[in-house]
Design a protein around this ligand. Structure first.
Ligand SMILES: CCCCC/C=C\C/C=C\C/C=C\C/C=C\C/C=C\CC/C=C/C(=O)SCCNC(=O)CCNC(=O)[C@H](O)C(C)(C)COP(=O)(O)OP(=O)(O)OC[C@H]1O[C@@H](n2cnc3c(N)ncnc32)[C@H](O)[C@@H]1OP(=O)(O)O
Ligand SMILES: Cc1cc2nc3c(=O)[nH]c(=O)nc-3n(C[C@H](O)[C@H](O)[C@H](O)COP(=O)(O)OP(=O)(O)OC[C@H]3O[C@@H](n4cnc5c(N)ncnc54)[C@H](O)[C@@H]3O)c2cc1C
Length: 667
C-alpha cells in the first residue's frame, strides 16, 4: 500500500507502533511461507477484474445478488483450481479458503456448505470404496453438494427428524420420503439452486425395524440440465437477517429411490438382504457437526479481526468532541470508553484463534484415536466443542455489535460492512447447534464429572480442576493471572456443584430426572458458561505465553498485554461470580479495574499496528470505514454516489405520488 495516500492520522499511528507488524502477521499465519502463499493467492483473486462489482451487491435484487455470487464464486473456484494444479499449496490453510471468499462476495458463498460440510462428511463417513468414488468428484466440483439435515419441524432434536429412508431388498434401494410438511428439509446452504447432490440425514428403516438417523448421498438434480429429478421438490426459503447469498433451500422427497450403496457406510451398514450392521458408536453420525463446531472458532476469529480492523482504524481517523476547551477535537480512539469497546474485541480475536488451534489439535488427536477404535475421548471432545462453539459465537456477535456501535452512525451503513459481518456472526449462534442446546450438552458432561468428583474418581483432563474445588470453602484469591484462572475454575466448580444440587432438590418423589433437569437448566447453562470461560482463560493465557517466547520481546509484550486484557476484562465482568466463589475483596476488584485501565493505555499506541497485523486486504475488508488508507469520508461519499437513487435528480415517485399529495393538501 502506497504510504503517500494514507491519511495523516493512520501514518502517525503506524509510526507510534512499538513492534514489527510483519512479525505479528507471520505469527498469525503460522510462518513467513504461509504469509507469502496466502498473500499470493489473495492477490491473484482480488485483482482479477471480473471480481470487482460495478453496482454494489446490496443494490441488487435478491435474485441478481445470488446470480452475481455464483458467477464470482465460479471464477474463484477456477483460480483456486489452477493454483492447486500449479503447486501443492500446502500452506494455504483451509481456513484461508473461508477468508478469501470474503474478497469475492460480501456475504456468504453459496458453495460454503460444499466445502465446509459436504466434502468433510464424504471424507469422514464414507467407506473406502465410496470415498474413492465420490471425494475426487466433489473436490474437483464435478458434483456440488450440501448438508441437508434440519427440517421445517426439527433442527435441534435430530432424533425427531421425519424424513424416511426405507430399504427395499427387492431392488436393493432406499426409498426416501417426506411424509408431511414438517419433514421438509429446510435451511441447507446452497440447496436451493446451487447443489446437484446432498447428504441427506434421514430415519433408516429396514426389515420393518427403525434404526435412527443416518447419512445418505443423494443426487437431486440432473447433472446436464440441473432440472430437479423426478420425486424431488426443491426451492429457496427466502431472505433472512443475513446469509443472503447462501442460497438456503428446502427439499422434499416423493418415493425417491437411491442405490443401497448411497448410504454412507463407514460406521453403520445395511447389507443387500437388509440386515443392519450397527456402528461402534451411534454418535459418529454426528461427526460432521463436531468438525464444524471446531472450525467455527477460526471463522469467528477471522470475522472478529475484520470488524476490529474496521472499528479501530475508523476510531483513529474519526475526531469528535473536545475533551478540554480550546483544544482540537480528540481522535475518538483516545476516549477510554472507546478503548473499552474496542480492545476487548481485538484481544478476543487472538484468544479465539489460539484456543481454536488448541481445539483443532485435540480434534485431530481424538479423531485419530477413533480411527483406531478408541472412543474414550469422544464425550470430552463433544462437550468441549459444544460449549466453545456456543460461547464463542455469542461473544463474537456481542463484540461485533460493540464494534458497530463504536463507529456511531457510519457503523450503521451497509458500506461499513459491519451490518453484514453482524449478520454472518449472529447466524453462528443458531446454526450447527443452537446456543442453549449446546450449553446443555456440556452440562450433561459436567454433571457426570461431578458424579466422578463425589465418587473420588480421576477425571478427564479438561474437568480435572473440578476435584480441586469440590469443598464449599471460598478459594483464596490472588491478583495475578494464575489467580484469575484459578478464580474462574472455582466459579465453574461452584456453579457445577450448585446445578447438581439443584437437580437433586427438584428430584422430589414422583419427579422424573428429566423434569428436575429442566427445572435446573438455567443453572446448568450458567455452569457450562463458567466452565467454558475457565477453559478460554486458561488455554489462551498459556498459549499466548508460549507464543510470546517465540517472538521478539516487543511483540511478546503486546501479546501478553492482549491476553491479560482478556482475563482482566472477564474478571471484572464476572466479579459477582468471583465474589461468590473466591475470597476476592472490593479492594482486589479496584486493583483489577486499575490494571484494566492500565492495559487499555498500554495497548492504545499499538492499536492500529495490532489490527494491521491481521493483514486483511481492503477487498476482503469491504469497508468504507476500515480501508488501509483511512480515507473514510471520501469512501463514504463515493459509495453513496453509487446509490441508484442518485442516478436521476428527481425520482418519478415525486410526480406520481408526492406532487398529487401536495396538491391535495393545497385544496
Ligand atoms: C485449521 C483447520 C481448519 C479446517 C477448515 C476446513 C474447511 C474450511 C473451509 C471453509 C469453511 C466453511 C465452512 C465451515 C464454517 C462454518 C459453517 C457455515 C455454515 C454452517 C451452516 C450450518 C449448518 C448446520 O447448521 S447443519 C445442522 C446442525 N444441527 C445441529 O447442530 C443440531 C444440534 N443437535 C444435536 O447435535 C443433537 O440433537 C443433540 C442436541 C446433541 C442431542 O442429540 P441426541 O441424539 O438427542 O442426544 P442426547 O440423547 O441428548 O444425548 C445422547 C448422548 O450422546 C451424546 N452426544 C450427542 N451428540 C454427540 C456428538 N456429536 N458426539 C459425541 N457424543 C454426542 C450426548 O452427550 C449424550 O451423552 P450422554 O448420554 O453420555 O450424556
Ligand atoms: C443461517 C443458517 C444456516 C443454516 N444452515 C444449515 C445447513 O446448511 N444445513 C442444515 O441442516 N441446517 C442448517 N441450519 C439449521 C440450524 O442447524 C438450526 O436452525 C439449528 O440447529 C437450530 O434448530 P432449530 O432452528 O430447530 O431451533 P429450535 O430447536 O426450534 O430452537 C428454538 C428455541 O428452542 C430452544 N430449545 C430447543 N430444544 C431445546 C432443549 N432441548 N432444551 C432447551 N431449549 C431448547 C432453543 O434453545 C431455542 O431457544 C441453518 C440455520 C441458519 C440460521
Amino acid at each position: 500500500m502506497a504510504e503517500h495516500n494514507v491519511c495523516v492520522e493512520l501514518v502517525r499511528e503506524r509510526q507510534k507502533c512499538t513492534f514489527e507488524v510483519q512479525e505479528l502477521i507471520h505469527l498469525i499465519d503460522g510462518g513467513i511461507t504461509a504469509t507469502e502463499e496466502r498473500r499470493e493467492v489473495e492477490n491473484v483473486v482480488c485483482t482479477d477484474p471480473r471480481i470487482k462489482d460495478v453496482v454494489p451487491e446490496e443494490y441488487l435484487s435478491h435474485k441478481e445478488r445470488y446470480e452475481n455470487a455464483i458467477r464470482k464464486n465460479c471464477i474463484l473456484q477456477e483460480i483456486l483450481k489452477k493454483y492447486t494444479e500449479k503447486r501443492t499449496w500446502d500452506n494455504f490453510r483451509p481456513s484461508n479458503k473461508y477468508r478469501i471468499s470474503s474478497g469475492v462476495v460480501k456475504d456468504i458463498s453459496p458453495f460454503m456448505l460444499h466445502t465446509g460440510m459436504f466434502i468433510p462428511t464424504l471424507v469422514n463417513q464414507s467407506d473406502d470404496e465410496q470415498k474413492a468414488k465420490w471425494v475426487p468428484k466433489a473436490m474437483s466440483m464435478e458434483i456440488i453438494g450440501t448438508y441437508a439435515q434440519t427440517e421445517l419441524g426439527h433442527g435441534s432434536f435430530i432424533r425427531g427428524l421425519e424424513t424416511t429412508a426405507t430399504y427395499d431388498p427387492n431392488t436393493e434401494e432406499f426409498v426416501l420420503n417426506t411424509p408431511n410438511l414438517t419433514s421438509y428439509k429446510w435451511w441447507p446452504g446452497g440447496l436451493a439452486h446451487t447443489a446437484n447432490h446432498c447428504i441427506v440425514v434421514a430415519q433408516l428403516y429396514s426389515k420393518g425395524q427403525h434404526y435412527g438417523v443416518h447419512p445418505f448421498f443423494v443426487q437431486i438434480r440432473d447433472i446436464e440440465t440441473h432440472v430437479p429429478l423426478p420425486g424431488i421438490k426443491v426451492g429457496e426459503i427466502g431472505p433472512k437477517l443475513g446469509f443472503q447469498t447462501a442460497n438456503n433451500g428446502f427439499l422434499g422427497f416423493e418415493n425417491f429411490r437411491i442405490p443401497r450403496r448411497n448410504m454412507l457406510m463407514k460406521n453403520a451398514q445395511v447389507l443387500k438382504d437388509g440386515t443392519y450392521i450397527k456402528s461402534k458408536n451411534d454418535k459418529l453420525t454426528y461427526g460432521t457437526m463436531v468438525f464444524v463446531r471446531v472450525i467455527i472458532l477460526f471463522d469467528l476469529a477471522f470475522e472478529l479481526s475484520r470488524a476490529a480492523t474496521i472499528a479501530v482504524r475508523y476510531s483513529a481517523v474519526r475526531h469528535q468532541s473536545q475533551l478540554k476547551a480550546n483544544e482540537p477535537e480528540l481522535q475518538i480512539i483516545d476516549y477510554v470508553t472507546q478503548q473499552h469497546k474496542l480492545f476487548i474485541g481485538v484481544s478476543t480475536s487472538h484468544v479465539f484463534r489460539v484456543v481454536g488451534l488448541w481445539l483443532w489439535n485435540t480434534y485431530v488427536k481424538v479423531n485419530a484415536d477413533i480411527g483406531k477404535g478408541n472412543m474414550d475421548q469422544l464425550p470430552e471432545l463433544h462437550a468441549l466443542a459444544c460449549c466453545l462453539k456456543a460461547v464463542c459465537s455469542r461473544d463474537a456477535a456481542a463484540r461485533v455489535e460493540e464494534f458497530r456501535l463504536a463507529c456511531g452512525g457510519h457503523g450503521f451503513m451497509t458500506s461499513s460492512n459491519l451490518p453484514i459481518i453482524n449478520g454472518i456472526v449472529s447466524a453462528s449462534i443458531t446454526y450447527e447447534g443452537e446456543f442453549s442446546v449446546l450449553m446443555l450438552q456440556t452440562a450433561r458432561f459436567l454433571m457426570k464429572a461431578w458424579n466422578g468428583v463425589l465418587a473420588r474418581k480421576t477425571l478427564t483432563p479438561t474437568v480435572s480442576y473440578l476435584s480441586k474445588f469440590s469443598n464449599s470453602d471460598r478459594v483464596q484469591w490472588a491478583n495475578t493471572t494464575a489467580g484469575i484462572i484459578s478464580g474462574f475454575q472455582a466459579a465453574a466448580a461452584g456453579k457445577t456443584k450448585e446445578a447438581y444440587a439443584a437437580i437433586q432438590s427438584y428430584l422430589k418423589p414422583g419427579t422424573d430426572y428429566e423434569d428436575a433437569w429442566n427445572s435446573a437448566s438455567v443453572q446448568l447453562v450458567s455452569a457450562s458458561e463458567a466452565h467454558c470461560r475457565a477453559i478460554l482463560c486458561e488455554i489462551s493465557w498459556s498459549e499466548m505465553q508460549r507464543l510470546s517466547k517465540t517472538v521478539s520481546p516487543n511483540l511478546g509484550k503486546v501479546l501478553l498485554e492482549l491476553a491479560e486484557l482478556y482475563l482482566t476484562y472477564w474478571s471484572l465482568e464476572k466479579r459477582g461470580d468471583l465474589l461468590m466463589y473466591t475470597t476476592i475483596s472490593t479492594a482486589d476488584i479496584a486493583k483489577l479495574q486499575a490494571r484494566y485501565e492500565e492495559l487499555l493505555a498500554l495497548i492504545r499506541p499499538n492499536a492500529v499496528g495490532i489490527v494491521d497485523g491481521f493483514d486483511i486486504r481492503d477487498e476482503i475488508l469491504n469497508s468504507t470505514l476500515g480501508a488501509y488508507d483511512g480515507r473514510v469520508y471520501e469512501r463514504l461519499m463515493e459509495e453513496a454516489k453509487k446509490s441508484p437513487l442518485n442516478a436521476e435528480p428527481v425520482n418519478e415517485s415525486f410526480h406520481k405520488y408526492i406532487k398529487p399529495l401536495m396538491l391535495k393538501a393545497k385544496l
